[in-house]
Design a binder for this molecule. Structure first.
Ligand SMILES: [Zn+2]
Length: 129
């Protein structure tokens, strides 16, 4: 399905190298999450794709996404906590690579505005799959 074909599935033992990744997750039932200033946002049940980068290595970041952390710092942490299936696809890190990937996903998928893009100019880094 398009972009994800350019990424490899991350399976343990996870690599320590810097990576751009796509977190694929499945939300079984509708959830409502408070997204900061935007207030509550409704997420329908279904599959989602979240693009991120792990400049300090995929291993710790991927663990955080795959094994739900008690520490919930980002919106995606709350979404992950409500998901029942999670997979990570990755490709070697490039500067701004996650924004390039988000841009490409935006042509194929509906975006949920304002998620995962507080440090860049993207519309979003989260998409319905
Ligand atoms: Zn971006």
């Amino acid at each position: 399905m398009g972009l994800i074909e350019d990424f490899a599935l991350a399976v343990p033992p996870l690599i320590a190298e810097p990576a751009v990744y796509i977190l694929e997750l499945f939300i079984p039932d509708e959830i409502v999450i408070d997204v900061g200033k935007k207030g509550p946002v409704r997420f329908e049940g279904g599959s989602y794709l979240y693009v991120g980068s792990a400049k300090r290595g995929l291993r710790s970041r991927a663990s955080r996404h795959l094994f739900v952390s008690e520490r919930r710092r980002w919106h995606i942490d709350h979404i992950v906590a409500c998901s029942s299936e999670r997979r990570i696809w990755w490709t070697p890190y490039t500067e701004g690579g996650e924004c390039g990937a988000a841009h490409r996903l935006s042509f194929e998928h509906e975006g949920i505005p304002g998620i995962g893009c507080s440090d860049c100019r993207c519309h979003t880094h989260l998409f319905r799959s």
